[in-house]
Design a protein around this ligand. Structure first.
Ligand SMILES: O=C(O)CCC(=O)C(=O)O
Length: 277
């Protein structure tokens, strides 16, 4: 060390009083600085396998290609997705989007939490069907007068899926701040293992799925499988089998520019047994 730096150190407030070595602790023989020995007793190190296995957070998988995907086989059965990007040709999707934006009776629904606290849904909705639909402790009344564009779409989707649907929940995401939180479409009125056909129009949004954790995880989703499906203009996504029982889904808020998006989820609603209300 040069003379100047050595002097500065000795004069600095952190300098130890001269003559006392910094490694001196009373009553113990001290290790030689730079050595791994503690006194005369050499230290040994042993590797112990950690009691809990090291857990890896699964990487989110992205599904973009058209196809049938078996996304899980348990615990209650097989969960399946069918993805059909470009189900509607672009010009058709364009005019349908414009008409539905302008002509459907969009409104903002008020939901209720378990303790009765009210909150406005961060999107607009409307409901079509012979029966009312209840979720999040609030009911959408029956609305049997289907818009003609929705009737045309229902018929096309029924032909494609070989399923019939008697109801439709329409969602309008006005921009990236509109969203739908993690949930499953598992209300008793949808029956067991419902098939849900979801058609997207307008700007692309990420549709995410996460597998429900086993009971020992106590509701912690950290280590569960995750999927992301970008839903673009004219894409049809069909959820089948145990998808609602074994998975949750959401459309999260996005913090960059997003244009409006309409999502139409065709479902079958059954009259509820009075004791289940
Ligand atoms: O907007 C979407 O793609 C999903 C809508 C949805 O999860 C629902 O209506 O239950």
């Amino acid at each position: 060390m040069g003379d100047k730096r050595q002097r500065a150190r000795v004069q600095g407030s952190w300098a130890k009083p001269a003559g006392k070595p910094s490694h001196s602790v009373a009553g113990r023989q001290q290790p030689v600085p730079g050595s791994w020995n503690t006194g005369n007793v050499p230290r040994t190190y042993e590797f112990h396998q950690p009691a809990d296995p090291v857990r890896v957070i699964p990487v989110e998988k992205v599904l973009e290609e058209a196809g049938d995907y078996e996304i899980s086989q348990g615990p209650t059965g097989v969960s399946r997705l069918r993805l059909l990007p470009g189900f509607l040709p672009v010009e058709e999707a364009d005019w349908m989007f414009a008409r539905l934006m302008a002509e459907l009776p969009w409104s903002q629904k008020t939901n209720y939490r378990m303790m009765g606290e009210a909150y406005e849904e961060p999107r607009l909705t409307c409901w079509y069907g012979e029966l009312p639909y209840t979720y999040s402790h609030s009911t959408m009344e029956a609305n049997p007068q289907w818009h003609p564009v929705l009737t045309t779409l229902r018929q096309a989707i029924e032909r494609e899926t070989c399923h019939t649907f008697n109801s439709l929940l329409c969602n309008l995401y006005r921009d990236g701040k509109d969203s739908i939180a993690w949930h499953s479409d598992d209300e008793p009125s949808l029956g067991p293992q419902p098939t849900i056909a979801s058609l997207s129009l307008g700007d692309t949004r990420a549709f995410s799925l996460r597998k429900k954790p086993p009971p020992e995880e106590k509701g912690d989703y950290t280590y569960t499988e995750k999927l992301r499906v970008p839903l673009s203009h004219g894409t049809l996504l069909i959820m089948e089998g145990c998808t609602q029982e074994d998975w949750q889904h959401q459309v999260a808020k996005e913090y960059h520019d997003r244009g409006p998006r309409i999502n139409l989820t065709f479902r079958t609603i059954y009259p509820e047994h009075p004791s289940k209300r």
